[in-house]
Design a protein around this ligand. Structure first.
Ligand SMILES: Nc1ncnc2c1ncn2[C@@H]1O[C@H](COP(=O)(O)OP(=O)(O)OP(=O)(O)O)[C@@H](O)[C@H]1O
Length: 197
């Protein structure tokens, strides 16, 4: 079994990595979806109250509230597969969450950091234009600081391997496919990264 967790600042390419997994029929558990579902359950608007509910869940149920809800979903997605199961978990944000996944899956859990410089992420998000914040560099900075406040910087530093997403989209997708197929072994073969510059 291989459980691949991704971490990355806004616009780094996590959604794109999840799209590659889906194309390969690899199930994706999106931590943000768990928060969106909870926001809706509380009768609130997921586009406006997402950050607030993420914080509330952690306050009410502890730091691993979101990871705790994801783990049974990951197990179920793995059990549904024949052969060697692979599941992608999109969007880990704190070391408490990482530790929860390591407790649950041990060596089968691989933490992958997706990295790109701020200007490139701002440009790509501007082109994506999915949310109002995509077009606003200041809002991007604010979002980034909030994420780092949850401890994302430590998670990035703790990653087992790094994919540098500073080339073409096709080059990035190729690296993601290699990691999905071979896990950490993909790094030596594909030069998918691993060293911080
Ligand atoms: N190497 C690349 N070249 C060009 N465009 C890219 C590249 N990587 C990602 N993109 C595009 O940049 C945008 C941001 O990527 P993506 O949506 O995957 O980021 P994300 O990490 O999921 O961001 P967020 O956390 O803000 O949702 C998307 O439109 C994606 O298609």
């Amino acid at each position: 079994m291989r459980i691949i967790g991704t971490v990355g600042l806004p616009g780094s390419g996590k959604g794109e990595a999840a799209a590659v997994a889906r194309e390969e029929d690899i199930p994706v558990v999106t931590m943000g979806d768990v928060i969106r579902a909870e926001t809706r359950r509380r009768g609130l608007d997921p586009t406006e109250n997402h950050g607030e509910i993420a914080g509330k869940l952690r306050e009410e149920e502890g730091e691993t509230a979101i990871a705790d809800r994801c783990i049974p979903m990951v197990r179920e997605a793995a059990e549904d597969q024949s052969g060697e199961p692979v599941v992608l978990v999109d969007g880990l944000r704190s070391m408490a969450e990482v530790e929860r996944f390591v407790d649950a899956f041990g060596e089968d859990f691989l933490l992958v950091s997706i990295e790109a410089p701020f200007d490139l992420r701002a440009k790509r998000l501007g082109a994506r234009g999915r949310e109002a914040t995509d077009l606003d560099r200041e809002k991007l900075r604010e979002r980034e600081e909030r994420e780092l406040g949850f401890g994302m910087g430590e998670v990035i530093d703790a990653a087992d391997l790094t994919i540098h997403n500073d080339d073409s989209l096709e080059a990035f997708r190729e690296q993601v496919r290699a990691v999905l197929e071979a896990g950490a072994d993909a790094v030596d073969e594909q030069h998918a990264g691993g060293e911080h510059e």
